[in-house]
Design a protein around this ligand. Structure first.
Ligand SMILES: Nc1ncnc2c1ncn2[C@@H]1O[C@H](COP(=O)(O)OP(=O)(O)OP(=O)(O)O)[C@@H](O)[C@H]1O
Ligand SMILES: [Mg+2]
Length: 469
């Protein structure tokens, strides 16, 4: 009996101790003391990164290390930290304070950083402290890692650029002019087969992490993609999503503005690393009769990246169809990944309905599924147009899609003839900001055609209501 009471008291005592530990920071304090005791048992080495050099110029390494430290989660978790507003209105920046120390872990080694100041208002010094036994193993890779993370952070802060090649006769300095790249498309907004989307994402992620791999094989760190499919299936939107995902600037090459093969090479030379080079509608350009750049110029351009300039570049080509394209352009090794963009099937349609109309299930879905099973005939762009125009009434939007699907035999044949007319040329795109922004001919053609159809069908069926724009 006494034993039972003793056991009960033990359990109660244990429960109270656990509760006390979980409600207070005692565990945290003990852990911290243990860490500092453990630190004292090792020989350390310190490295100083002064804010200014002997000519009182700011030490770039100091700036980069500060940027890196501000991004560490341990700074957010530290006992106190300085908060500043950033360059953008909703940015809040965390900064180390003088004599504050934060910890970081790299390749399993623990290091600390402290800001020191020699005198009041004097220049600051960042002090890196690490265990002597870890020095050889981690110092250089750790500093490289800091530089690369800091570079990425500043690039993100700068915002992405969309560069377009200006005509060589325009008299501008340099061949690229740039605007901020604000395309809203992301991998979440582009509707396509989920497996293909995930494969491209994984491929891009692997690419980003493969610097050492490419170098070990003696290959330049670059990757090229071909996106092909009918007009309005989301190729340009996907290019924008890829650029946002990689956080790369975009160089959109308009081949009709290139005067000859060497001009094309020059353009390539003027691109920077961590960039995405995009050539839209390559099939149409290659099929064009009077062009200033030869096929071998194009092939050298695709391969040129291997021989002439820096790396960490992604090249993306878009085409409506690769049937007519010279096999030499598509041979393995020249274009690494081919991604098909098909017409809209039922599963993509449901994703569009969910994104555009907020509808996940609807009584018209079985009927739509049946129609889709008979074969896809509309592009995501066309369906998106119908949904946007009728977004106030999902039922009307779905009925409009049904009618459009049932009448698209005529549209499809007309669309293919429109496609041939919509070859990108100087006149047509003058004033455009380039492929990623505005070559939306299929949708315009669709609107026009549907406008006609609407008038025709109204006579038969007064209740139909297609509204565009
Ligand atoms: N798969 C898709 N998912 C979501 N939206 C799409 C998709 N495809 C097209 N759209 C919408 O349709 C419009 C046109 O798409 P986009 O310009 O990306 O097509 P494209 O395949 O590049 O066409 P083109 O071959 O004519 O250049 C965009 O506004 C886009 O939002
Ligand atoms: Mg496009």
């Amino acid at each position: 009996m006494v034993n039972m009471i003793f056991l009960l008291f033990m359990i109660l005592g244990l429960f109270l101790i656990l509760r006390f530990l979980s409600k207070t920071s005692v565990l945290h304090i003990l852990l911290r003391h243990f860490q500092s005791l453990e630190d004292r048992l090792h020989v350390h080495q310190s490295y100083r990164v002064p804010q200014f050099n002997h000519l009182f110029q700011e030490n770039e390494l100091y700036v980069k290390v500060s940027t890196y430290l501000s991004s560490l989660p341990s700074l957010e978790d530290s006992d106190f930290t300085n908060l500043f507003s950033g360059s953008k209105s909703n940015d809040i920046l965390l900064r180390l304070d003088v004599n504050q120390t934060i910890r970081d872990v790299f390749l399993g080694a623990r290091v600390t950083w402290t800001i020191e100041k020699s005198e009041k208002d004097g220049p600051r010094v960042l002090v890196l402290r690490l265990r002597k036994k870890d020095r050889r193993r981690i110092l250089r890779p750790y500093l490289q890692h800091i530089l690369s993370v800091a570079g990425d952070i500043s690039q993100r802060k700068k915002g992405l650029k969309l560069c377009m090649n200006v005509s060589s006769s325009s008299g501008e300095n340099g061949r690229w002019s740039s605007v901020p790249f604000n395309h809203p498309a992301s991998f979440d907004t582009v509707v396509m087969d989920i497996d293909s989307k995930n494969e491209v994402k994984a491929d891009l992620e692997t690419f980003l992490k493969s610097k050492q791999f490419y170098h070990r094989l003696g290959r330049v760190w670059k990757r090229s993609y071909l996106l092909y499919g009918p007009s309005g299936t989301g190729k340009s939107s996907f290019v924008a999503a890829m650029a946002r995902f990689l956080n790369f600037d975009v160089y959109d090459i308009d081949l009709s503005e290139v005067s000859d093969d060497s001009d094309l090479k020059m353009l390539l030379l003027q691109t920077t690393s961590k960039s995405m080079i995009v050539v839209e509608d390559l099939d149409r350009f290659l099929m064009g009769k009077c062009r200033d750049v030869s096929l071998s110029g194009i092939l050298n351009f695709i391969d040129g990246i291997i021989s002439c300039c820096g790396e960490e570049r992604v090249m993306v080509f878009t085409m409506n169809s690769k049937e007519e394209v010279d096999r030499a352009v598509l041979r393995p090794g020249r274009i690494d990944v081919h991604v098909q963009f098909p017409l809209c099937d039922f599963s993509s349609f449901k994703n569009l309905a969910s994104n555009y109309l907020g509808v996940k299930e609807h009584k018209l879905f079985p009927q739509l599924e049946e129609i889709f099973q008979g074969g896809a005939s509309l592009t995501p762009a066309e369906i998106g147009e119908i949904m946007i125009s009728n977004r106030s009434s999902p039922t009307r939007a779905l009925k409009s899609v049904i009618t459009a699907m049932q009448t698209t035999g005529g549209i499809k044949s007309r669309r293919s003839s429109c496609d041939n007319e919509s070859i990108r040329n100087t006149e047509e795109t003058s004033g455009d900001l380039g492929g990623l922004f505005s070559r939306d001919h299929s949708v315009r053609d669709f609107r026009k055609l549907y406008g006609l159809l609407k008038m025709g069908s109204r006579r038969k069926e007064e209740s139909l209501d297609f509204r565009y724009g």
